[in-house]
Design a protein around this ligand. Structure first.
Ligand code: F6R
Length: 614
């Protein structure tokens, strides 16, 4: 949520900053802005809209500078206009800031500024923060770095900030609490900082992930200094990035989302890579191995997540209860953290998050930790806050997901959950050998099967053409495919803006059936395994009310094929594997409808990829 970049060094800052913003635009695209240090002053350019609008605005302007900061915004305080856009300058014009997060006690800080007669121009908490830092600097006579340490002790909220100050030319001051910030250490002694590693990778692979309550000062050619808010020096542990530039580009696809849908054979494979010993038929999840006994002896697992990751959690509930017979509850991070949940030391709490930065999931995990639970993480972004907060975990290794709508992260999460369920079931003896081996065999084949499902793309595109103007959609599934129905509906609504609901198919009779008429497309996941006969009955009920049926069926299915208006065949597989396959056509359907409606698929309105505010 909001992307920030900063650069200081020998090179021209502008191209690095603008390209960095383009890479971070998935985090928010309400407005964009840049501040450049130029001959004893800071010049700021900002505009409502996207990074391309900022680029347009800067054509012909003097953008020469070696130090600068930039921001792409997802609005929290104040409407998305150019006044509220970042960077913000302090009242004197000497200090500039970019900020990702929310300052919760902004009104208290604002009062102190108003008492000092400081006039604020924007409606943002960020402008208050930069002025508060300037006030502390002036009152204490400290430099920007020290004043930031002092000021932040009085700030409540979440932030990743980068500051520059005319009194400290060529210098960036950075700080973080709750929102991510990565510092790249260039070979020439230059520094590039950003909300994630994507703007950094072209310049350097050596990075430091700033931790909560740390402040840093970066001067080209000089050693980076990182301290606590109390000015205690920290010895930063550097990390080498395991990321390539190709992974961050569209690779010939029109949208990142489509590229990521098509990457799923590989990403599902990568999420299993090195974890299955095919000969011995053994699964090893190194990250959680030391905690396996604890998990097996636990009373229950509580999975927390938001959005698509919550849907993966629901699939996980089905898989872990079915195969490992451990009771599982699945919770929205936002609900769990605020309702005084019962958490016992013998509970295992699993946080699922693509970004590893989702504020509600993170807060739910911190709460569970305080109450003594063992925390496990299933994250995609290595070194993310959730990955670091948990005691142990399993990375999904799906590679960077840039499209705002989550696709390959979901299938990788489901793969990891299936590996986990199989491993625990195997250790516990709750799954017989034959079924275990069959599921393992099928899981290893999943990338091939997904490849096959992707061949339905053209057919899905034709179906999309028929229903692109529908105003409502219903998605139905049963058992492990109920969360897939939820996920399909979420994909459609978030990128096409068509209203869609997911339901357990049998629940239809308890209300939603009233919606069905000849204008209502109903997507039903009706694979052969699971409650096939029951779902066939549900399809008949829809048919009787003239609903239009799009059915995801097992290859060769005859019964549903006769009833449905359209069928999309997926290969035969055990029920436990079906979410990995049934999800793919639903992703494609949402994608094609959104493209046909002219939506900005990778940057749907009002959304941001990494939700670091609650
Ligand atoms: C939907 C989507 C969101 C995220 C949710 C959680 O396509 O992307 O619903 O799944 O914001 O994000 P993570 O997984 O990063 O915690």
């Amino acid at each position: 949520m909001c992307g920030i970049v900063g650069y200081t060094g020998k090179e021209q800052a502008y191209p690095i900053l603008i390209n960095g913003l383009k890479k971070l635009e998935y985090r928010g695209y309400d407005s964009a802005g840049i501040a450049l240090e130029q001959e004893n002053k800071i010049v700021v350019y900002k505009t409502k809209g996207k990074v391309s609008d900022l680029e347009e605005m800067l054509k012909g302007k003097n953008i020469s500078s070696h130090t600068g900061i930039a921001h792409t915004r997802w609005a929290t305080h104040g409407e998305p206009n150019s006044v509220n856009a970042h960077p913000h300058l302090s009242a004197s014009g000497k200090i500039a800031i970019v900020h990702n997060g929310i300052i919760e006690n902004y009104d208290v800080l604002k009062d102190t500024l108003i008492q000092d007669g400081i006039a604020l121009k924007s409606e943002t908490d960020t402008e208050i923060l930069v002025n508060f830092i300037e006030k502390v600097k002036e009152e204490t006579g400290k430099n920007l770095f020290e004043a930031t340490q002092l000021a932040l002790k009085r700030v409540i909220g979440a932030y990743a900030i980068v500051l520059m100050d005319i009194d400290m030319p060529g210098t960036l001051v950075v700080a973080r609490k709750g929102s991510p910030l990565v510092i790249g250490l260039g070979r020439d002694g230059d520094y590039i900082v950003a909300s994630d590693a994507s703007p950094i990778i072209e310049k350097t692979k050596t990075v430091y992930y700033l931790d909560d309550d740390e402040v840093g000062i970066l001067m080209p050619g000089e050693e980076m200094v990182i301290t606590t808010l109390n000015n205690e020096r920290i010895n930063p542990k550097l990390t080498e990035l395991d990321l390539t530039i190709e992974e961050l580009e569209k690779g010939g696809f029109d949208y990142f989302m489509l590229k990521e849908i098509y990457e799923q054979p590989k990403s599902v494979y990568d999420s299993m890579r090195g974890r299955i010993n095919t000969e011995q038929k053994i699964i090893r999840l190194g990250g959680i191995e030391p905690y396996e006994n604890h998990i097996l002896e636990s009373d229950r697992m509580i999975i927390v997540g938001c959005g698509t990751s919550w849907h993966a959690g629901l699939v996980g509930e089905y898989l872990i209860e079915e195969l490992a017979r451990i009771p599982v509850e699945v919770e929205y991070g936002s609900e769990f953290r605020y309702r005084n949940p019962v958490i016992r030391p013998r509970d295992v709490v699993v946080g699922i998050s693509q970004s590893g930065e989702t504020a509600d999931t993170l807060a739910a995990l911190k709460l569970a930790k305080e109450k003594g639970a063992l925390l496990l993480g299933i994250c995609n972004v290595v070194g993310s806050s959730i990955a670091r907060e948990t005691h142990a975990g399993v990375y999904t290794h799906a590679g960077p997901e840039i499209g705002v709508a989550s696709t390959k992260a979901f299938t990788a999460q489901v793969t990891v959950l299936l590996l986990m369920a199989l491993r625990l079931g195997y250790l516990k003896g709750t799954i017989d050998r034959e079924r275990y081996e069959k599921l393992l065999y099928e899981l290893e084949k999943a990338p091939e099967l997904i490849e096959k499902v992707l061949q339905t793309d053209l057919q899905v595109q034709q179906i999309a053409r028929v229903y692109k103007n529908a105003t409502n959609f219903l998605y139905l599934g049963r058992g492990v495919n109920f969360p897939v129905a939820l996920e399909g509906a979420l994909k459609l609504k978030e990128i096409s803006y068509i209203h869609a609901e997911g339901y357990p198919a049998a629940e239809m009779k308890h209300g939603p059936i009233a919606l069905i008429d000849e204008n209502m497309p109903v997507l039903v996941i009706a694979t052969k395994k699971g409650n096939y006969d029951k779902i066939v009955s549900n399809i008949r009920e829809i048919k009787a009310r003239k609903g239009k049926i799009i059915a995801i069926v097992t290859e060769g299915d005859k019964q549903v094929a006769e009833l449905a208006d359209h069928i999309i065949e997926i290969p035969e597989a055990s029920e436990e594997l079906s979410p990995l396959l049934a999800t793919i056509p639903l992703q494609l359907l949402a994608y094609h409808i959104a493209v046909m409606l002219g939506r900005d698929v990778d940057k749907p309105r009002n959304l941001a990829k990494s939700v670091t505010v609650e």
